[in-house]
Write a protein that binds this ligand. Sequence first.
Ligand SMILES: *Cc1c(COP(=O)(O)O)cnc(C)c1O
Length: 397
Amino acid sequence: METRFTDIKAKEEHLLCRSYARYPLALVRGKMSHVWDQDGKEYVDLLAGIAVCALGHCNDEVTQTLIEQAHKLWHVSNLFYQEEQLDLAQRLLRTSHHDRVFFCNSGAEANEAQIKLARRYMRTIQKRDAYEIITLTGCFHGRTLGTLAATNRENLIDGFTPLPEGFAMVAANNINALEARITSKTAAVLLEVIQGEGGIIPLDPNYLKNVQELCRAKHILFLCDEVQAGLCRSGAFWAFQNHDLKPDIISCAKGLANGLPMGAILATEEVSQGFVAGSHATTFGGGALTAKVAEKVIEIMERDELAKRAGRVGLRLLTHLTSLQQRYPERITAIRGQGLMVGIDVTDCPTVWKKLLHAGFITGLTHNQTLRLLPALPIDEDDLLAFVKALETILAA
Ligand SMILES: *Cc1c(COP(=O)(O)O)cnc(C)c1O
């Protein structure tokens, strides 16, 4: 049965740009937290399309909404008013202290939008020539040239220079380093409350509070990238809410439309003034079909209290993993996470990851040293327990 996979792999080799290092399987079907490969083998999916299928694969309710809207209206462009966008915006704004939304199509685009809004707010409302965005080591904000400049990781920028100017990076969790870097040109600090691509690294709670205070004191904006940690995953609707923060702008994407491409920023009334008609736009952003689906996603997240559930279930998962770590302290070197966003540092991680795959568990392999778990929010606890057991069996062997 290996042949079908080999065929698919061979076919891709001369069709697509070589930009992806794929995991060695082709998935053909999914249902909630389970997926099946081309040979019919079933897997527990602990990655959920990198936190995208937050309500599970082919979630019945979301699929129903998608089909209904697909028969009604897909896309008309942002030249027209669309009530689907407004219903979604209303729902989104009820989850946060923000006042206005801008819709786009991805995490990188959402971060571009908040960077552009921060700059334009500084120039046109504050009348200050402040444009620099300060980010933190270990961050990830996207792959467009702007967000790549914000991310500034050596292996990601290789071959793509020159990057746009106006970005600076300081060490995470070091408030003095941040303070020293702020100048009259600084427009904002942009951070992930829990660094995702960095390997699931929650920033220090005191540091986060100090960053916000420093931003207020220096009259610069405080921006949060909630693309991965947002939308209930961290145990609160937004990760910043775990720390009583009030960022001026946040970005979100990944889980927003459960697999359809969609991103958004939420901004305060004050800062939102940075955009006027014509300042920023996107053809696809907030189209009727994606907006209707996203509205359903948020409705279900709130109705089923999935933030609370993620916090509760995530805590139990961490307890199991910690006790596993106590039995294999030389193998599990660190466990980090909050809610259903967990990173497990394991020695010989690629081998463990591969054995997990073989045993029917899909996890993320991050920096060849961390198993990353970002399961669907309604995942059965039995699936998580089965994962812990499989990991134990592999470590015991
Ligand atoms: C995934 C991710 C992005 C980029 O999102 P894309 O949709 O791939 O552009 C940005 N920030 C964070 C924190 C992410 O996890």
